[in-house]
Design a protein around this ligand. Structure first.
Ligand SMILES: *[C@@H]1O[C@H](CO)[C@@H](O)[C@H](O)[C@H]1NC(C)=O
Ligand SMILES: *[C@@H]1O[C@H](CO)[C@@H](O)[C@H](O)[C@H]1NC(C)=O
Ligand SMILES: *[C@@H]1O[C@H](CO)[C@@H](O)[C@H](O)[C@H]1NC(C)=O
Ligand SMILES: *[C@@H]1O[C@H](CO)[C@@H](O)[C@H](O)[C@H]1NC(C)=O
Length: 611
């Protein structure tokens, strides 16, 4: 057997040929901060003309030239209240504070992410910076906010800085600019050695990918796998790891995305029809701009006649389109359940706190947003592209869209179907999802027919909208696990391991966090039905010291995957821009599976000898 690690072309910044040490150094040098977002919940961008006032944000931020000019006018207006001595001391504070609306983290700095609090007029400040600001220039606050009541706060430093404090210290100004915790790190998430953790190793399977959002197989026995990049390309890989030169699908022309970090739009998911071998059908989920609106589109494609490695670009049939009121929270998972139906996982439509309509989209069964949808795309060659299965839970309910299978979803990012225990079959068909949280908790859910997953009434186990949360008709299903933002800020749902090579992992739900780079596992207590948390860490010392095994990975965990045999993979990037080829696919390897390691070792020795 030939080992799967392949490299395609040379690396631009970092060479994989070098030692692991070099790889670590390279990645630590990338100072990419996580989850930037503007006040309008769009991704930051590069202004078409350089900014003349907020010059710090000329190459990447949230302001264009007119906005920059407006900020400069406000700055001059505020300074007109001061004498020369005051200007000398305070000009830089006024400028820094005004310009934070151009920061790529503006949504965090101004607390726009927290719908329970009004958007701030002044960015959230770190305690040390605020103390200095209060000491030297506190009288500028009421001018910055335009609220004369703020002059009353000037006498009291604690109240003054209390007002300006951001509850999330990672995002306060100026720490957000330099935060090590937010910046890229490689395999830095180490368990406390006294507590122990599940040590795993990795094998690199593919690299040089631009935000690999999904990897799927065709289920047709060919053992090929297909990796989708956010900008709209799908690549076919042969079982020996070689990538075919021609893309399986190229939708780059139609897909709406941008190179800017934090853009949640793009090509987001794909699924092969369970009878793909017979009908050649594949379903895709992507963002478009059409008819004056941003939308998500779910489409069906078919193979080119006589070619199993390319879809026919002219075969597209739109299954469903949904208007997205904001640029964030576009959902993106597509999968087929064991019932043969297509499941579509939409986001709540975006902004923060699911603000649309009277109680948001997710709790509104008339809206397709914030939902798990279930449609029947079988036997659709004549007639409409999908039908509603008659046993969908809300069929016949007035006002409810019949496609809805489950609701109360914020932005499920990555879901999977449990194959079931290889011996007993227990657990088969369960649908696991990670649902990304708002301000406090990330959650993992098992999706059931007709279930309400709580959002925006609830986030994790806690109440988010108190009024909705205490309504006895909410009747929501709680997550099987939720974790606070200390551990991570954006869950990436994974899979239950059911493969053959790593029997110790059987039954573990393995998932991760996009922002903290943490890999995690949940194990079900069969007696109580509760799920218990297990930390995953990379094997230390000699544990992964075998040819082709590594014990480090890029930190932005974008997605998980399984191959036809049920072995697990994940995809992560060192620079999560849809246009930067810094994404890698890793296979999870249990080092305690000695037989496997020995096998690997022998195979690689043989491979080297044959060269
Ligand atoms: C993988 O298989 C394909 C087709 O059989 C072959 O063309 C290619 O050279 C192989 N790649 C490697 C690295 O062996
Ligand atoms: C994808 O299509 C675009 C536009 O049709 C084209 O410019 C680009 O080269 C294609 N990419 C690949 C990898 O084939
Ligand atoms: C529910 O969503 C539908 C479709 O978007 C909308 O027309 C309706 O006003 C919403 N209902 C409430 C109560 O917000
Ligand atoms: C509770 O929820 C139901 C159904 O959504 C709604 O009709 C009712 O008005 C709510 N009650 C309160 C007190 O908000």
């Amino acid at each position: 057997m030939v080992l799967l690690m392949m490299t395609f072309g040379g690396w631009v910044n970092c060479s994989p040929e070098g030692s692991l040490m070099l790889l670590i150094l390279c990645v630590q040098m990338l100072t990419v901060a996580a989850h930037p977002q503007c006040l309008d919940f769009k991704p930051p961008f590069q202004p078409s003309e350089p900014l003349t006032f907020c010059t710090t944000y000329s190459s990447f931020g949230c302001c264009d030239a007119p906005r920059d000019a407006a900020i400069a006018r406000k700055y001059r207006h505020i300074l007109s209240y001061f004498h020369h001595s005051g200007i000398a001391v305070c000009a830089q504070y006024v400028r820094q504070l005004l310009c934070q609306q151009c920061s790529p983290f503006a949504a965090h700095l101004y607390d726009a992410e927290d719908a329970n609090t009004p958007v701030r007029q002044v960015p959230g400040l770190c305690a040390g910076y605020c103390a200095e600001y209060w000491k030297r220039c506190r009288s500028t606050l009421s001018l910055l906010t335009g609220d004369p009541r703020h002059t009353e706060l000037e006498a009291d430093q604690a109240r003054f800085c209390g007002l300006l404090e951001l509850r999330d210290p990672d995002y306060c100004y100026p720490a957000v600019l330099a935060s090590r915790r937010l910046n890229a790190r490689l395999g830095a998430v180490r368990a406390d050695p006294r507590r122990g953790c599940l040590q795993l190793c990795l094998r690199e399977v593919a690299n040089q990918l631009r935000n690999p959002v999904a990897m799927v197989h065709a289920g047709d026995g060919t053992r090929r796998f297909f990796v989708a990049e956010q900008l709209g390309l799908v690549w076919a890989y042969l079982p020996n790891g070689s990538r075919l030169a021609r893309p399986f699908l190229n939708l780059t022309e139609a897909v709406l995305t941008s190179p800017w970090l934090g853009d949640e739009r793009g090509f987001l998911g794909l699924a092969f029809h369970p009878a793909h071998r017979r009908n050649g059908k594949v379903y895709v989920y992507y963002s478009i701009f059409a008819r004056q609106a941003e939308r998500i589109r779910i489409s069906e494609f078919q193979l080119l006649p006589g070619n199993i490695n390319a879809l026919d670009p002219t075969s597209e049939r739109v299954v469903l389109e949904v208007v997205e009121p904001a640029s964030n929270h576009n959902g993106g998972q597509l999968l087929f359940g064991r019932d043969g139906y297509l499941y579509i996982f939409t986001g709540d439509g975006g902004r923060a706190g699911d603000p649309f309509g009277r109680f948001g989209n997710a709790q509104n069964k008339s809206s397709l947003l914030g939902k798990v949808l279930r449609v029947d795309v079988n036997h659709n060659d004549n007639g409409p592209p999908y039908r509603v299965p008659l046993d969908n839970p809300f069929v016949g309910e007035r006002w409810a869209r019949p496609e809805v299978y489950a609701y109360g979803v914020r932005n499920m990012w990555r879901c999977s179907v449990d194959r079931g225990d290889p011996v007993t079959g227990a657990g088969a068909g369960r649908l696991f999802c990670g649902d990304v949280g708002q301000n406090k908790f990330e959650e993992v859910d098992i999706v059931r027919r007709g279930g309400n997953y709580g959002w925006r009434a609830r986030e994790g186990f806690s109440c988010y909208d108190k009024k909705l949360c205490t309504n006895s008709s909410l009747n929501d299903i709680l997550p099987i696990f939720a974790y606070p933002h200390k551990l991570g800020r954006s869950v990436t749902g994974g899979y239950i391991y059911r493969g053959c090579e790593m029997p110790n992992l059987n039954g573990l739900y393995i998932f991760g966090d996009y922002m903290s780079g943490r890999l995690m596992a949940l194990k079900e207590d069969n007696a109580s039905g509760e799920w218990h948390y297990h930390e995953i860490c990379m094997g230390r010392g000699q544990v992964c010291n075998f040819p082709k095994l590594i014990n480090s990975y890029y930190p932005y965990i974008i997605s998980f995957a399984e191959d036809e045999a049920g072995e697990l993979y994940f995809m992560s990037s060192g620079n999560p821009s849809a246009y930067v080829a810094a994404g890698t696919v890793y296979k999870l390897i249990d080092p305690s599976r000695r037989g496997g390691i020995l096998f690997l070792f022998k195979a690689s020795t043989a491979g080297e000898m044959s060269l």
